[in-house]
Design a binder for this molecule. Structure first.
Ligand code: NAP
Length: 291
């Protein structure tokens, strides 16, 4: 069993990005600038956003954090987005999800300038992804593709099962893996909560990407020998033995699945750090498009 070390791989990618930024500085080119908007004080979201800001410093990007209160109205948030859309110095920005219930997420995502949509969530960018045109790939699926590539995991002609059909992970993942591209050409099954006989389906899979948000859902008896497993899930479970009062659990029951796996990602330290690295990669791309 080989552990897919997202932490190390993401550090490699960040080093490559830092080198590119240093080169841009030497060449007198613009330094990438990423902005992030967070609304409210959800603990997990705050952790993600602060990791993103920290990662910007690590690679030499400029960053701006816009921290808005929970009772921010939809109009106020749209105004902030309009400002970032216009700001020439901001190359890309993200609006951290989930948003408070009184704000329509679709409306917000549509307001982001597709040229600055480094999360790759805007319909223009999703459409380009589907048509295999150059675009910003959504960071988590992009990170998974990068892990598969860097660990030389063969996908061509393989049976891949993606668990979960969200717009940010499962669905784009299923599209990318089925495309005629590097780390594509797989035969993909996209499973969801209405899927019947799931165990029969997962047992046939050469590769499984689990993105459902149910801790330790995929167990050893659901997979075949030699499977490669990518665990996207991150759930905070109460744990009194931890200083912060919780532990992170993936969608995969690591102990039983690892016994049968060729490759497997840990949680934490697998897909999570890759997502941040690919957000930086998209921001570098957004900046260099203006050269
Ligand atoms: N590592 C990272 O960087 C990263 C990034 C994003 C998300 N995540 C994590 O990944 C997990 C999934 O997040 P998400 O936003 O993609 O998902 P989501 O929007 O919560 O959707 C969950 C998906 O799982 C499906 N599902 C639920 N129960 C199922 C079951 N019993 N069998 C099969 N499918 C089932 C749902 O089906 P229906 O469509 O039928 O409801 C839905 O498509 C969460 O733990 C999240 O925190 C991690």
């Amino acid at each position: 069993m080989i552990l897919l070390d997202g932490k190390k791989t993401s550090e490699d990618i960040k080093s490559e990005i830092a080198e590119a930024v240093a080169q841009r500085k030497t060449d007198g080119k613009k330094i990438p600038h990423l902005a992030a908007i967070i609304v409210g004080n959800d603990g997990a979201s705050m952790t993600y956003v602060s990791s993103k800001v920290k990662a910007c410093a690590r690679v030499g990007f400029n960053s701006t954090l816009i921290d808005l209160p929970e009772d921010t109205t939809e109009e106020q948030l749209l105004d902030e987005i309009a400002i970032l859309n216009k700001d020439q110095d901001i190359d890309g920005f993200i609006v951290q999800l989930p948003l408070p219930k009184h704000i329509d997420e679709d409306k917000i995502l549509l307001a982001v300038d597709p040229n600055k949509d480094v999360d790759g969530f805007h319909p223009v960018n999703v459409g380009k992804m589907c048509l295999e045109l150059p675009t910003f790939l959504p960071a988590t699926p992009f990170g998974i593709m990068e892990l598969l590539e860097r660990y030389n995991i063969e996908t061509s002609g393989k049976n891949v099962v993606v668990l979960g059909r969200s717009n940010i992970v499962g669905r784009p993942m299923s599209i990318l893996l089925s495309q005629k591209r590097k780390c594509g050409n797989a035969t993909v099954t996209l499973a969801h909560s209405r899927t019947k006989n799931l165990k029969e389906i997962t047992s046939q899979a050469d590769i499984i990407v689990a993105a459902i948000g149910i801790p330790e859902f995929l167990t050893g008896d659901m997979v075949k020998d030699g499977v490669s497993v990518i665990d996207v899930g991150i759930t905070r479970l109460p744990d009194a033995s931890k200083k912060n009062g919780f532990r992170l659990a993936g969608d995969v029951h690591f102990e039983s699945v690892k016994e049968k796996s060729s490759f497997i990602t840990p949680v934490p330290g697998g897909v999570g750090p890759m997502t941040i690295a690919m957000l930086l990669k998209n921001t570098l791309l957004a900046c260099s498009r203006k050269d």
